[in-house]
Design a protein around this ligand. Structure first.
Ligand SMILES: Cc1ncc(C[n+]2csc(CCOP(=O)(O)OP(=O)(O)O)c2C)c(N)n1
Length: 187
């Protein structure tokens, strides 16, 4: 099952509802023991984190210990208007730790994201999971990477050629070379 929403924050709130529903669904079918576990993943951006609804939903998820739920936060520091620090400088990881979530900061490449996410959600530790991915919007675009222009405008033919030149043989962003990931989980 998949859902896609338009209003920022609505998708992550929906994912909490899905996780509650999954927890309430039967684990045993007929006389065979069948453990059915369906992890719920939600992709969210800076805009989702800015919306109050995501805080309310995250709070109840932590309270209910929804360990079948994982949010993957595309922390690229860019929205339509420009850099997020125009209006948004809060410590998101700290906020989610306060909700009782398991928080892991993940650098790219995506293989790391997948492995860190899957290993996290299988731990069954009674905590909801947040993977904060330090990403780059418009990755590989010489004139658009890390700018709000990459949010909604087409790159255009010339820039696409430059992206291809820049990314051939360089499939991962520079943050990968630093090995950027760290556990933020307290205790
Ligand atoms: C509740 C709500 N307010 C405003 C918008 C309009 N809007 C669409 S995308 C966007 C910026 C989202 O930025 P981010 O989540 O960082 O996405 P990214 O730039 O990384 O693609 C805004 C304000 C919306 N979709 N929903």
């Amino acid at each position: 099952m998949e859902t896609t929403t338009g209003p920022l924050g609505q998708g992550v709130a929906t994912s909490v509802g899905m996780a509650i529903a999954e927890k309430c669904s039967p684990r045993v079918i007929t006389n065979r023991i069948l453990i059915v576990r369906i992890p719920i993943y939600a992709l969210c951006g800076d805009g989702c984190m800015m919306e109050g609804i995501s805080s309310e939903a995250a709070s109840v998820a932590g309270h209910l210990k929804l360990d079948n739920l994982c949010w993957i936060y595309d922390n690229n520091h860019i929205t339509i208007e420009g850099k997020t620090d125009i209006a948004f400088t809060e410590d998101v990881a700290g906020r989610f730790l306060a909700y009782g979530w398991n928080v892991v900061r993940v650098g790219m490449p995506t293989t790391w994201i997948v492995s860190r996410t899957r290993s996290g959600i299988r731990r069954d530790d009674g905590q909801t999971h947040d993977r904060i991915v330090d990403s780059h919007i418009g990755y590989g675009s010489p004139h658009r990477q890390d700018t709000s222009a990459a949010h909604g405008e087409p790159l255009g033919e010339d820039e696409i050629k430059l992206v291809k030149q820049a990314t051939v043989g360089r499939p991962t962003p520079s943050s990968c070379s630093h090995g950027v990931y760290e556990h933020l989980q307290s205790g």
